[in-house]
Design a protein around this ligand. Structure first.
Ligand SMILES: [Ca+2]
Length: 133
């Protein structure tokens, strides 16, 4: 869902008081125009930098790689837990978000099936986190 152009899961929406897309969202062609940024696992917090009003989100990773991301209009957060992406194979229940397994805080250079919160392999232009752990 996070990379879907039409489903709103895994997205940050920016709307006006009537629920319509706000001007300047810059969603990619074919995307729901309410989408400001996409490709997230679970953005649970948002704040705006004083002076610039740039939005920052905070989200939790799957046992590793929590992230704070400075959002840009139309930006991709790089989360894509679909099977058969980036050299991954099949995953239980067609969801690779817990790969390789729980407590899997492993170095992605060691495990090719590591599921990064910002997967630069298929999305080299994804927004890099401003902070992660
Ligand atoms: Ca990310």
């Amino acid at each position: 869902m996070p990379q879907s152009p039409t489903r709103i899961g895994g997205k940050v929406l920016r709307i006006d008081r009537d629920g319509k897309a706000a001007a300047g969202n810059n969603a990619p062609s074919g995307f729901d125009s309410r989408i400001f940024a996409y490709g997230f696992r679970n953005p649970q917090g948002i704040t705006f930098r004083p002076g610039t009003n740039q939005p920052y989100t905070a989200e939790n990773g799957p046992w590793h790689s929590d992230e704070v991301t400075a959002l840009v209009a139309g930006g991709n957060g790089g989360w894509d837990p679909r099977p058969n992406m980036s050299g991954r194979g099949a995953c239980p229940d067609n969801y690779c978000g817990y790969s390789p397994n729980q407590m899997g805080a492993v170095d992605p250079k060691v495990r090719s099936d590591f599921m990064p919160m910002t997967d630069l392999r298929p999305y080299p232009k994804a927004m890099r986190p401003a902070w992660n752990n």
